[in-house]
Design a protein around this ligand. Structure first.
Ligand code: NDP
Length: 488
């Protein structure tokens, strides 16, 4: 082969290598580069049904802010609210650092934000996403209630979940003294002792909520000092019934039925001490909720969704992320809201870039191409007001009775109620459902030894046959009820 032929063959081989490598995904893509298998032509959506311009997954400050901007910019925007409607803010009491408001309840702030987004046309789907298919555009979203939505763009705002300590007893006593939500469970600690683990603002917040009810609250901090803000630390110091132990780590949670004690090791002296307690509250930070995207190119090495500098764009065109699912630095509700706003604007720009606006959108609207099936079958549930009512209607009666214990300030109870209501519709005639307000039916709560909320107890022919802790998805709850029915 002469020199010229060698050059030609080498050049041809290099071109083939690059072309094949791109198809096979050998080369790292930039944030804006579409994967070669995904194309973005309006032909791909013109005959689709159940379309959404912007699907927002998650309903915390980031999700509803994206919903607010997405809808206000004229896009058909659906916020799919997930297992904790309103997100983590609904689990705190008051917020004092939400810009523009000096003091507001977490739940009220989120209700207001959701209402504001809805006033501009954002829709809420009370459902949980089970899968997202990113292999073809429009992207396919499937939900727990069996909906399939085709999304021209997606804002991932799934937030984060509390981390576990991973010590013996933690899982065994979860919901029976071990908790991650003081606002839900603090009222059960009247004149009792509680331990809080963690040194950040969340731990301080949990301890202060518990201190209102508990005899004594002990905060376990692993370093020499807490990292909570100065203001929060000052408040803890001012609380007469809060003790802070530093350089200490829990080793084991023990109990009988419920938590009775925690073994802790003092790091400096290596001394092991047993602290008698009725509760162990975990507040040691969070991990991002990215299970839907495991194995995809969206995640960084820490498991957060990667976003491109100064935007909320991810490595996939049309997919944006906002809030705690992408932010491991600030983790503030206000920052999440700001990122949600940016994501809403980014999504709008993307939609305009692909031509999904103006006349084309009008054609879709006329052709009823947009998703509109927000109805979830539900039945109203009667309230059981007292122990006397329980004795009269359930204690000695044949049949299956499901009791849903809930508190007024408990966000997971709010999330659980629609699940129980749809079960009441689906299992009508097979079992009877009641809701119980723990502040109203105190005698029933005491008599049945309800340890926390939300809490479900199932009675069959007057006998307690099952109980379940915490909020559950429809699939999970229906699974439990089917198992009880199959025992007949
Ligand atoms: P942080 O990450 O701020 O704090 C976590 C704490 O848990 C740290 O003290 C850490 O210890 C400790 N920790 C982590 N792992 C373990 C372990 N295995 N054993 C024992 N201790 C452990 O999380 P937060 O949830 O407290 O806060 C998250 C963000 O939310 C922060 O930015 C915070 O400011 C904000 N926030 C604000 C509130 C407010 O303004 N009112 C309320 C709640 C949260 P170490 O210090 O040794 O790393």
């Amino acid at each position: 082969m002469n020199k010229r032929n060698i050059i030609l063959v080498t050049a041809a081989a290099a071109i083939l290598f690059v072309l094949y490598g791109q198809r096979a995904g050998w080369f790292k893509r930039s944030a804006h580069e579409a994967p070669s298998h995904v194309t973005f032509s309006l032909d791909q959506i013109k005959n689709k049904k159940n379309l959404v311009d912007i699907a927002v997954i998650g309903s915390g400050p980031a999700g509803w802010s994206a919903g607010l901007y997405g809808a206000r910019l004229g896009n058909y925007t659906v916020v799919i609210d997930g297992n904790m409607p309103g997100g983590q803010l609904t689990r705190t009491s008051f917020i004092e650092n939400w810009p523009g408001l000096s003091r507001v309840r977490g739940q009220a702030a989120m209700d207001h934000l959701a209402g504001q987004a809805k006033s501009f046309g954002a829709e809420e789907l009370k459902d949980t996403v089970t899968s997202v298919d990113l292999h073809a555009w429009p992207y396919t979203i499937k939900t727990e209630d069996g909906h399939t939505l085709y999304a021209a763009s997606i804002v991932v705002a799934t937030g984060s979940s509390p981390r576990n300590v991973n010590i013996p007893g933690e899982m065994e006593f979860y919901g029976r003294g071990v908790s991650t939500c003081a606002i839900c469970d603090a009222p059960f600690f009247k004149n009792k002792n509680a331990i809080v683990i963690g040194g950040g603002d969340s731990a301080a917040e949990e301890a202060l909520q518990l201190a209102v009810y508990a005899k004594k609250v002990t905060v376990l901090v692993r370093k020499e000092a807490m990292r909570a803000s100065y203001t929060m630390q000052q408040r803890l110091k001012a609380a007469h019934n809060v003790e802070i132990l530093t350089e200490v780590e829990p080793e084991r949670i023990t109990g009988v039925d419920t938590v009775k004690a925690v073994e802790v090791r003092f790091k400096k002296t290596n001394e092991l001490k047993v602290i008698q307690t009725d509760g162990f509250f975990i507040a040691i930070g969070h991990h991002p909720n990215t299970a839907l995207f495991q194995g995809s190119q969206l995640l960084n090495e820490k498991g957060y969704i990667k976003v491109h500098a100064h935007t909320q764009e991810t490595t996939m065109p049309g997919i944006f992320a906002a809030g705690d699912v992408e932010d491991d630095l600030y983790r503030q509700a206000g920052v999440a809201a700001g990122h949600g706003i940016a994501a809403g604007i980014d999504a709008d720009r993307f939609l305009r870039d692909v031509g999904l606006s103006g006349k084309f959108r009008d054609t879709l609207k006329k052709g009823k191409a947009y998703f509109s099936d927000f109805y979830v079958e539900r039945a109203e549930i009667a309230t059981l007001p007292s122990l006397a009512a329980f004795n009269e209607q359930i204690a000695n009666k044949k049949g299956i009775f499901v009791l849903d214990f809930a508190g007024k300030n408990c966000p997971s109870c709010k999330a659980m109620l629609p699940v129980v209501e749809s079960a009441a519709s689906r299992y009508a005639g097979k079992m009877t459902f009641f809701k119980v307000d723990i502040d109203e039916a105190k005698d029933l709560v005491m008599s049945l030894k309800v340890p926390k909320v939300p809490y479900i107890i199932v009675f069959k022919d007057g006998v307690r046959v099952a109980f379940f802790n915490g909020a559950m998805s429809r699939t999970e709850f229906f699974g439990h009820l089917n198992a009880i029915l199959s025992q007949e």
